[in-house]
Design a protein around this ligand. Structure first.
Ligand code: SAM
Length: 250
């Protein structure tokens, strides 16, 4: 069957085509340009739909659009997430802060570990990932913001976790999934300073890294390495660094 030409479609009463031809007569963009724009919009809608259904495709989209801040080819494995969470004392008073929640693999492990949702704050810089985390974990606190602002946020009026006296609860544990090595140096320095400043005395900071050797970058901000663990069941294999303001209490 022959395809309808613009004019035959017009004769057949195609309203969209009529509008397009009228726009062309009035100096609007040519029909081909309008058709191309409509196709792009359709593809965008299809991608958004797929992304909403699959956290992994959301992660990939963020990786493509912001490679430096995502800094990994895929989310952490459940094994790495569980090993990170195993270092968290869920019964200790205060707040657990996760930096760079991504699609929520470590968040889920922290909740499975027994961290109370109302004492868990996740700071995520990507608007799309922060929205995803809010949908996935409606009972935790998700802050769409920059980890470099942690010290200011944790002492500020908007900090969501407060004691009976209204004062912000201390940050007893920081769990970082930030890709420190791929974050530009000035931003990285601000993140390290803010994290070390926000961590309460006696608190614990956990960071995973793909660098299997060498000191933790957090040591440059004055924290002390207390323990480390290798997790091979991750792509790529990772190391967990456990740090605090001093040597670990035994
Ligand atoms: C390697 S992904 C890790 C995601 C998840 N925690 C995991 O282990 O699969 C790093 C995450 O950190 C976020 N991120 C990067 N820089 C950040 C910053 N300055 N503040 C908050 N989040 C940041 C990215 O958007 C991304 O979601």
């Amino acid at each position: 069957m022959p395809l309808p030409t613009p004019r035959s479609a017009f004769r057949n009463g195609d309203a969209r085509l009529r509008t397009a031809l009228a726009a062309r007569r009035n100096g609007g963009p040519p029909l081909a340009v309008r058709a191309a724009r409509a196709s792009v919009a359709r593809v965008r809608r299809a991608v958004d739909h797929a992304v909403a259904r699959s956290p992994q495709s959301l992660f990939l989209r963020e990786l493509v659009t912001q490679p430096g801040t995502v800094g990994a080819i895929c989310a952490s494995s459940p094994r790495l997430a569980a090993r990170m969470a195993a270092w968290v004392d869920a019964a200790a008073p205060g707040v657990v802060v996760e930096l760079g929640g991504g699609t929520g693999v470590i968040t889920a492990a922290l909740l499975a570990r027994g961290v109370a949702p109302e004492r868990l704050v996740v700071i995520e810089q990507s608007a799309a990932l922060a929205a995803h985390l809010r949908r996935r974990f409606p009972h935790i606190h998700v802050v769409h913001g920059d980890a470099a602002e942690l010290a200011r946020l944790a002492a500020g009026a908007d900090w969501p976790c407060r004691g009976a006296d209204g004062a912000p609860l201390p940050v007893q544990c920081i769990v970082s999934g930030l890709p420190l090595l791929s974050i530009p140096l000035p931003v990285r320095q601000r993140i390290l300073q803010a994290g070390a400043q926000a961590l309460a005395p006696g608190g614990r900071l956990l960071q995973f890294t793909y660098a299997m050797r060498g000191p933790s970058l957090w040591q440059g901000a004055g924290l002390v390495g207390q323990a480390r663990e290798r997790v091979l069941a991750n792509l790529p294999p990772a190391r967990i660094d456990v740090l605090g303001h001093g040597a670990a209490a035994h």
